[in-house]
Design a protein around this ligand. Structure first.
Ligand code: P6P
Length: 333
């Protein structure tokens, strides 16, 4: 087998190739990847590192913060604020954006992240991950409003899943590549390129306990999957739900499937549970770059114009033909 590429080599080739990756963006990706290695070390310590359990505080979402949520957030902030590549950062764990301190040079990028997604799984040793999205600062003083750009404006997106392997999945708009952390070298090594999601699947991911709360098109879609071979789909389906978006989406990036967190009537005024800016948009960029589709059930997620930093959205993403079927059912009402 030919020698595998390091993340650095891959990024330098993207800089020279069609992507024409700007050096500041290459630096940003290398810094985020290094931060993810640091987060992986803390995550992997578990009970040995006094990093489990809650931190005794709540985030802007009103969710109890885990110690590792805060550790991961701090690792990403500290790693990125001095490099001169960023104008500001926004995080699920912070009410407002974090401007680069004035004693550091400002850059042209805006970094958004969910520092540790799926944190309800931390204490039970189930895969979790970091999700990140990169936008360009359009100029002027950096504020929360600077970040309110549609997902189509993203110049880079990725996640790092902390599971049996620590794997970084990345797009800069020219396909999707995967890098696995080689712990002996301490560096990410390329393990997949030009990732493609099959257009069809027999596997759906949704939290079935919410069934009674869904609207009719989602109930219809899931009911037909459950009818299997005898029903209108003419094939049996399997179900997976890890309750960690990074892990569920990584499975879909690896073998196809459909991931759904739809609107439900428990909180009728909220469009959904998941966050648009630092969960749904970066995952949508990756999914679309791998040939999949991503909507809120009705429209392309990446075309939604955000109104506020922590906006939520309904999510239907993965194998193209399945996502389009759900959209069709919404059109039929
Ligand atoms: P539920 C994790 O808290 C998260 O934001 C996503 O990673 C995950 O897909 C979803 O919530 C799980 O939600 O309601 O099944 O616990």
């Amino acid at each position: 087998m030919s020698k595998r590429k390091s993340l650095t080599q891959y990024l330098i080739e993207q800089q020279r190739g069609d992507a024409q990756l700007p050096p500041q963006l290459r630096l940003l990706i290398e810094v985020v990847a290094r931060a993810c290695k640091g987060i992986a070390i803390s995550v992997n310590k578990g009970a040995l590192g006094d990093v489990l359990g809650t931190a005794g505080s709540e985030n802007v979402q009103g969710e109890v913060q885990k110690k590792l949520d805060i550790i991961a957030n701090e690792v990403l902030i500290e790693a990125n604020e001095w490099g001169g590549h960023l104008a500001g950062m926004a995080s699920e764990e912070m009410d407002d954006m974090h401007a680069v301190p004035l004693h550091y040079p400002q850059g042209e990028y805006l970094l958004l992240f969910d520092p540790l997604d799926g944190s309800s799984n931390i204490d039970v040793n189930v895969s979790i991950g970091t999700i990140f999205s990169v936008l360009k600062h359009k100029g002027g003083e950096v504020s929360n409003d600077s970040f309110l750009q549609a997902g189509t404006e993203q110049v880079c997106a990725g996640y790092c899943v902390y599971g049996p392997q620590t794997t970084l999945v990345l797009t800069v708009g020219h396909g999707v590549a995967m890098f696995t952390l080689d712990r002996e070298q301490g560096s990410f090594v390329q393990t997949a390129d030009n990732v493609q999601i099959p257009a069809d699947t027999k596997e759906f991911a949704i939290n079935m306990s919410n069934l009674r709360h869904w609207d009719a098109p989602v109930k219809r879609y899931i009911d037909e999957c459950l009818q299997g071979k005898e029903g209108p789909r003419g094939k049996d389906f399997n179900m997976r739900w890890i309750a960690s978006m990074v892990a569920d989406v990584h499975r879909i990036m690896t073998r196809g499937g459909i991931f759904m967190y739809p609107w439900d009537k428990r909180e009728p005024t909220k469009p959904g549970k998941l966050r648009l800016m630092y969960e749904a948009n970066p995952m949508s960029f990756l999914i679309e770059q791998a040939g999949g589709a991503s909507t809120n059930g009705k429209q392309r997620i990446m075309e939604i114009q955000p109104g506020q930093l922590h906006e939520r959205v309904s999510v239907v993403m993965g194998s193209k033909n399945e996502v389009e079927r759900v959209t069709q059912y919404h059109l039929e009402g």
